[in-house]
Design a protein around this ligand. Structure first.
Ligand code: ADP
Ligand code: MG
Length: 215
């Protein structure tokens, strides 16, 4: 992958911001279905990445993803820590020796999501963050085959992520702490799906701004 990750500091800062702005709402969600620590867990990881953000720009994408994965694995804790650690380490492995294009990224991202599925022993429809990541991976795959222009891809990914969060509302949780609630998990959206969508939309905001800059 030849591009350097110069946008990573802006992406990390934007994610920190959006998670902070939605902290109360997400904590309420994780209290309804889990143990209420999801935001604190994520913020531990985000704080660690904030410390590293300048150094990350000196690496290639593959090494930056690897470092992000190791950092999240070590700092986040909770189910989401190992899932996000797994995602980035898998992106790094899958991206090695590839140029970064929409086509290659769609493939790399799918492999990352597959690794998360394995790690969590979970799949679509179980009321988790995978109800956002799997539809996004599927959309990226379709868009890369159909040669959808990048600006449209970014816009559509945001919409797919929002629909993914909403899809968790009427799902029965079968994985993670929420599964202990059985039928009582119905009617609430999943906290991990919500933060996945917030973070994806934050990344897209940064990328979209870059696309509209005069060259
Ligand atoms: P914990 O559940 O250990 O307290 P967090 O609160 O940080 O960890 O994260 C909870 C989120 O992690 C859930 O909302 C769900 O989206 C996701 N999650 C939990 N277990 C799994 C799993 N087995 N597979 C996929 N996602 C999961
Ligand atoms: Mg929790």
């Amino acid at each position: 992958m030849k591009f350097t990750p110069v946008l990573l500091p802006a992406i990390i800062e934007t994610i920190a911001d959006v998670i902070e702005k939605n902290a109360v709402e997400v904590t309420d969600l994780d209290q309804a279905l889990g143990d209420g620590d999801h935001v604190i867990n994520l913020q531990r990881g985000i704080d660690a990445l904030m410390e590293e953000r300048a150094g990350l720009t000196q690496l290639g994408w593959v090494d930056a993803w690897q470092k992000i994965g190791m950092t999240l694995m070590a700092s986040v804790g909770g189910a989401s820590g190992s899932l996000y650690g797994t995602l980035f380490i898998a992106l790094s492995k899958a991206g090695r020796d590839k140029d970064l294009t929409l086509q290659s990224f769609a493939d790399v991202f799918s492999q990352g999501v597959e690794a998360v599925k394995k790690r969590g022993r979970s799949d679509l429809g179980e009321k988790t963050l995978l109800d956002v990541y799997i539809p996004v991976a599927n959309y990226l795959h379709t868009a890369s085959i159909d040669l959808v222009p990048l600006a449209d891809v970014l816009e559509n990914v945001s919409k797919v992520a929002v629909a993914g969060v909403e899809s968790t509302r009427n799902m029965l949780a079968t994985k993670g702490r929420a599964s202990f609630l059985e039928e009582r998990s119905l009617g609430h959206i999943d906290a991990g799906a919500k933060t996945a969508q917030l973070m994806i939309s934050a990344i897209i905001d940064v990328l979209s701004k870059q696309l509209t800059l005069p060259s």
